[in-house]
Design a protein around this ligand. Sequence first.
Ligand code: NAD
Length: 469
Amino acid sequence: LKASVQSDQTAGGNIGMDSVGDTLQRLRETFSAGRTRPAEFRATQLEGLGRFLRDNKQLLQEALARDLRKPDFESEVSEFSMAQHEIHLALRNLRAWMKDEKVPRSLGTQLDRAFIRKEPFGLVLIIVPWNYPLNLTLVPLVGALAAGNCVVLKPSEISKNMEQVLAEVLPRYLDQSCFAMVLGGPEETGQLLEHRFDYIFFTGSPRVGRIVMTAAAKHLTPVTLELGGKNPCYVDDNCDPETVANRVAFFRYFNTGQTCVAPDYVLCSPEMQERLLPALQSTIARFFGEDPRSSPNLGRIINDKHFQRLQGLLGCGRVAIGGQSDQSDRYIAPTVLVDVQETEPVMQEEIFGPILPIVNVRSLDEAIDFINRREKPLALYAFSKSSEVVKQVLARTSSGGFCGNDGFMHVSLASLPFGGVGASGMGRYHGKFSFDTFSHHRGCLLRSQGMEKIYSIRYPPYTPRNLRM
Ligand code: NAD
């Protein structure tokens, strides 16, 4: 196991594999004792998360810069403010979300109380990827703690600076009896998954999602899988190319393209492509200057493995814009590819980098067929001045989420569920959806011992009277 893993006592919450069993046992005892159930306890943990963000902002921002060279603006909007908003929302609504939900009753249950109780699952495991390493740690954590669970957190070993800050600092802000962190990569996570959890919340690739779900199946543990895939972006002929170029480029190159909901490829007619290319060219120059390599607004690829994978993808189709790369700096220029074949790797795997292929289709129908022939994506984008066209794409396809005439703005709204469908995942979170995801919805009916005369008409021996009940 990696050196960063220390004993319970010294690291305050980070545990070595040899003591995983003991730690899980300790968390289970906390849960069984009912310690995490009161709203006050939950609120204290959420406030702790808020303080963690405020007190350590610079440290966290530096970690994001070291791991991904993430521009401060991008860290602010996609990491800090989303996490802060979720904490704030959960604190403001905690008691309302925790309340039993009354439900309509039938004639035969008129005298009873019927309600849904949101109860915590117990011991929850949260596994995190590297691309938004703070957001994707804290936002699920808010939901799990608000719902009254004990949590084991497994941050990504790949965003190693963030992993280190989380390991050293985060446990100090949470009650040690309900929270622990396990560090490590595939091997350690595999060992961790052999243990029994009451819920597993995984964000990462579909490949590892299958591993997680297989491990969960052994214990019949329910899962949320927040996965990735290729998000289509249909651009209709009836569009303003400058507006589309701005919006598509902003969301494609945000976080250097390393975003699960980034528009992965554009589908448009050859005529639209002719109009879009010069617009994309000037947008990219405006965003990142003539030499994007020296721009403070463009991050870097997370590691050499991903750099090499992306460099391989630059060989697909024909480079229309960008295409430069430098291994020493893990730099890949914002790139647009054209003449791309459906069978090429860039159209087979999730790109997860600053490369945008354009695939030509002759009509809206052909675009919809293209989308529907493939796995259901995490996000789908349609651009058109005609709301009819946007509505048609929405109505005739399926995806985790959808946004008309922009990039992943839908993800910024905590009032919308965020999650995949089919190969892009299962389950949903953000805002109240997170609270509900981390709560078992227990259907309850409370009846008194009175009225036995009336209720006795249901008992055997059955007569025609029973059927009239
Ligand atoms: P990944 O699946 O490689 O790793 C995710 C986590 O799983 C990490 O903590 C890692 O340590 C662990 N892991 C890796 N291999 C494992 C194994 N064999 N057994 C057990 N655990 C293992 O994903 P990644 O490279 O960190 O992130 C990129 C992927 O995540 C992309 O596919 C992206 O689309 C997806 N993603 C999805 C969302 C979403 O919200 N849906 C958000 C961000 C990223």
